[in-house]
Design a binder for this molecule. Structure first.
Ligand code: NAD
Length: 372
């Protein structure tokens, strides 16, 4: 049976998924294991180094099989630290050769935002499943191009939206689905941190980032408002604030936006590179729900009008990459599909359009996307 085509029968045939999951596997065992997909990380910056690579030492259904980097010294360091063979190391020019590499099933794009589309599309054309970091791209048009490339190649596409595999966030979504606190009336989502780093970093360069706080942390604020009511917004009105224009020369510093949702639900979000905030709050007809922190790497903290919620901490990135692998391996639900990444870019573009129009309300037509 081909590596890419095996199914539940094979898993059950060798003793059942529960048995497999119960046994911690060494890295070498994982690599040899047909039930573990090989991931290649593209871009070995801070997220790959401090979150994804360590998480890939804990995953059950995927493992770190390859790297793509423009820096030979990093390639050497990673190869030795993670025992990555020379044949699985690429640079940005040789990347397309990855199509001939059977040890790599998934390409995870962890580059500056404006490079997501190019590398996701090249990965799809190489026949690899794709995980694309957030924001999906710097325009809706680019999101469409990524989705189209993955569909044409017949590969799966997932967003690096770790919170969709994270238990506190899942519980909020479950509360909404089960109507535990009645109808959501008002939601508030804040996602912000203070940036004082190198003024030459790519996040401050509009050509590489596509935008500032909104493109970066704004995605979390938008998403938290959406999953706290279980609906997509129908309009947005937005404002931008600048207090350090000498530092934020090209990119937005602070943005607030108000959403109208169906059924009269009201939402308010704030995102900033010049304030600290990390919270979601939903006021409902029979109580309230809150996460604070709501979007960091965890552990998150949750409280409700019925009392606190609590989960044991696990790496969110581990959960996310395992979930996507199970989507490929067993047809499990894709918790953060490309359509969700595109939906968020549609909202981001509407927020920027509202600001450009002096704070005018911009209508959104997201109802038929089937994604909340
Ligand atoms: P980073 O600056 O630490 O790393 C960026 C990497 O891209 C570096 O290895 C750099 O060498 C490489 N690169 C290639 N071409 C480049 C160019 N022209 N300019 C600058 N760097 C270039 O950034 P990061 O924090 O690792 O973020 C990478 C991506 O991951 C971003 O899209 C970001 O939004 C996303 N991210 C997601 C999360 C999350 O929680 N899901 C967290 C952090 C970052």
């Amino acid at each position: 049976m081909k590596r890419r085509n095996f199914n539940n029968t094979l898993i059950k045939g060798i003793g059942g998924a529960a048995v497999l999951s119960a046994l911690p596997m060494s890295y070498a065992m994982k690599r040899a294991d047909e039930n573990s997909l090989g991931i290649a990380l593209v871009g070995l910056g801070s997220y790959s180094t401090y979150q994804l690579a360590p998480a890939l030492q804990q995953t059950r259904h995927c493992h770190l099989a390859g790297i793509v980097t423009g820096t030979p010294a990093k390639a050497k360091r990673w190869a030795s630290q993670y025992n990555i063979p020379e044949r699985n190391i690429y640079n940005y020019d040789s990347f397309d050769e990855i199509k001939n590499n059977k040890e790599i099933d998934i390409v995870y794009v962890v580059l500056p935002n404006s490079m997501h589309a190019e590398f996701s599309i090249r990965a799809a054309k190489a026949g690899k499943h794709v995980i694309c970091e957030k924001p999906m791209a710097v325009s809706v048009a680019e999101c469409d191009a990524i989705i189209q490339a993955c569909e044409s190649a017949g590969v799966k596409l997932g967003m690096g939206y770790r919170l969709h595999s994270e238990p506190y966030t899942q519980r909020i979504k479950r509360f909404v689905k089960d109507n535990t606190f009645g109808k959501t009336l008002y939601v508030s989502g804040d996602a912000a941190y203070i940036s004082r780093g190198n003024p030459d970093q790519w996040r401050l360069d509009i050509k590489l980032s596509g935008g500032g706080a909104l493109m970066n942390m704004g995605v979390y604020a938008i998403q938290s408002a959406i999953y706290s009511c279980g609906m997509n917004p129908v309009s947005v009105t937005a404002q931008e604030f600048s207090t350090r224009p000498e530092y934020f020369k090209e990119t937005d510093e602070t943005i607030t936006a108000q959403f109208e949702f169906p059924e009269g639900v009201v939402g308010n979000i704030m995102t900033s590179h010049n304030a600290s905030a990390n919270r979601l709050y939903a006021s409902c007809s029979r109580g309230w729900m809150e996460l604070q922190p709501a979007s960091s790497y965890g552990p998150l903290r949750g409280n409700t009008s019925k009392g606190p919620i609590s989960f044991e901490h696990e790496s969110q990135q581990k959960l996310q990459m395992d979930d996507f692998s199970l989507h490929i391996l067993e047809g499990a639900v894709n918790k953060a599909p490309g359509a969700m990444g595109k939906r968020d870019l549609m909202i981001i573009e509407a927020i920027y359009a509202s600001i450009a129009a002096g704070g005018k309300k911009v209508e959104l037509d997201l109802g038929n996307m089937g994604i909340v």
